[in-house]
Design a protein around this ligand. Structure first.
Ligand code: NI
Length: 167
């Protein structure tokens, strides 16, 4: 069992805009730890707090092959970006769906870590794409929003059918 249940598209709670974290306290650290556990168990390479029904600006990622490089970003902000890259994306809230999405190739992001200390991270490739994907969740945005309305509607129907069969 994952540490916290994951919400699935088209759950309206995935559409809420998340609030900034005002203090990195023990509750936030617990949330971060639970999110890593949920992400690794899924398994996935990124998770945003709204996916576990917490509307706070917290994301966790680990794009390493061994799954031994956890990065937690609290109140992340992209301060620079350049280039463009197309990459196939999936989402733990939209299981079984992968689509080609265009993102910035390189980003510089600032955030607080699990100890509440500010840091800056330069990312490219998969890590860059993953951080941008997870940060979208904090705005209530999903990768299917980049697709045509028709394609998104097809995915929505597929998800609703899947939920009926598994619940
Ligand atoms: Ni996602």
């Amino acid at each position: 069992m994952p540490a916290r249940p994951i919400l699935y598209f088209p759950d309206p709670r995935l559409r809420k805009k998340s609030a900034p974290v005002s203090a990195v306290d023990s509750g936030i650290r617990q949330l971060v730890d639970d999110m890593f556990e949920t992400m690794y168990q899924a398994p996935g390479i990124g998770l945003a707090a709204p996916q576990v029904d917490v509307a706070k600006r917290v994301i966790v990622v680990d794009t390493s092959e061994e799954g031994d490089t956890p990065i937690c970003l609290i109140n992340p902000k992209i301060v620079a970006s350049e280039g463009a890259v197309d990459m196939e994306e999936g989402c733990l809230s939209i299981p079984g769906i992968q689509e080609l999405i265009e993102r910035a190739e390189r980003i510089t992001v600032t955030a607080l870590n699990r100890d509440g200390n500010a840091f800056e991270l330069e990312a490219d490739g998969l890590l860059s794409v993953c951080i941008q994907h997870e940060m979208d969740h904090l705005e209530g945005k999903l990768f299917v929003d980049y697709l045509s309305p028709l394609k998104r509607q097809r995915i929505r129907k597929k998800m609703e059918k899947l939920r009926r069969h598994t619940l």
